[in-house]
Design a protein around this ligand. Structure first.
Ligand SMILES: Cc1cc2nc3c(=O)[nH]c(=O)nc-3n(C[C@H](O)[C@H](O)[C@H](O)COP(=O)(O)O)c2cc1C
Length: 310
């Protein structure tokens, strides 16, 4: 794919390859592990605007960053007051960029009118973007193409976001009903891209360099956002940039686990690392026979000793 720099208003980013927000995955430890792989921008996991307003330890943990990290905080909520207050909160003071989640399909979020539920009310969504922009942060928005099969909301939402002062929109090319399955709606992204001046980043189903090329060609988007593709193969970022792979998968996994252990201690690291074992080693030959043992480990050291045998 064509790698180039991208601007969020006055803020230039190094390139147009983004690492998606993913609850439970793109935490501090994962982002730290891939920090030198070269992406242009990454995102925290989604954080509740009300949680930020009322203050909570869990919220603070989700917002941990490291010096020099090019990262946006992603917030969710549907009340313009709390959304703006969240942008202005002390906990977000280290973030220049705040991304508004308008795509989360999870029932718990949707039922509250948050995440993808905002796609059903463009006026409300506009009010939120406008209030957040008043905070002085660089505001970006992440949407889906609609709620149900046949919907095509991308153009209207991108125009709305641009008019309300957002500096970039990421479009996950699927409707809410389809969660994470099916081919992305390339045409919906393409139409939206043509309708606005702000950069449009395309997301959905990018697992290989070929997928990224196809996404860029079919949509004309300004960049791509990698999600499950990056937690299955973190080196995909380097592959897209045409950089040599700097380590092998077991080495990367060990390094990631060490970061987690240092941050959270050996037992919690072992539990939290299980989901990454599933994603990193889903296609790795030789893991099948040890997977069950890996998933039962209670300390990081036990996991380390098994990974060293791979
Ligand atoms: C486990 C998981 C957690 C996710 N969490 C978030 C999130 O916190 N915020 C968000 O905007 N999208 C979230 N997403 C959606 C991804 O950012 C992305 O839009 C989606 O996975 C489509 O891209 P893909 O097909 O390349 O995986 C999540 C997806 C997954 C699989």
């Amino acid at each position: 794919m064509k790698v180039r720099s991208i601007r969020l208003g006055n803020l230039p980013l190094k390139n147009n390859i983004f690492l998606a927000p993913m609850a439970g995955f793109t935490d501090y430890s994962f982002r730290y592990a891939v920090k030198d792989f070269g992406y242009g921008l990454c995102f925290t996991e989604l954080v509740s605007s009300k949680g930020l307003f009322f203050g909570g330890e869990k919220t603070k943990e989700l917002l941990k960053t490291f010096p020099g990290e090019q990262v946006a905080a992603q917030i969710f909520g549907s009340d313009p007051f709390y959304m703006r207050k969240a942008c202005e909160s002390e906990d977000l003071s280290q973030f220049k960029i705040v991304d508004i989640n308008m795509g989360c399909p999870v029932p718990k979020v949707f039922k509250n009118g948050d995440g993808s539920a905002l796609l059903s009310d463009i006026k409300k969504a506009e009010g939120i973007v406008k209030e957040c922009v008043k905070s002085g942060k660089i505001i970006t928005v992440k949407i889906r193409t609609g709620l149900k099969e046949g919907d095509d909301f991308s153009t209207d939402f991108c125009k709305m976001a641009e008019g309300a002062g957002a500096k970039l929109v990421t479009i996950h090319g699927r409707v809410r009903d389809n969660y994470y399955s099916g081919e992305p709606d390339f045409a919906s992204i393409e139409r939206a891209k043509k309708a606005v001046q702000i950069p449009i980043v395309a997301n959905g189903g990018i697992f290989t360099v070929k997928d990224a090329d196809e996404m860029m060609e079919k949509t004309g988007a300004d960049g791509v956002m990698l999600a499950r593709g990056a937690i299955k193969n973190p080196f995909l970022i380097q592959e897209l940039l045409g950089l040599p792979k700097t380590e092998n998968l077991p080495h990367f996994a060990l390094r990631h686990l060490a970061i987690l252990k240092e941050e959270k201690g050996t037992s919690r690291a072992a539990v939290e690392f299980r989901k990454f074992i599933n994603s990193y080693f889903s296609d790795f030959s030789g893991v099948k026979s040890v997977r069950a043992r890996l998933m039962k480990c209670n300390t990081a050291e036990e996991i380390e000793s098994i990974i060293r045998t791979l």
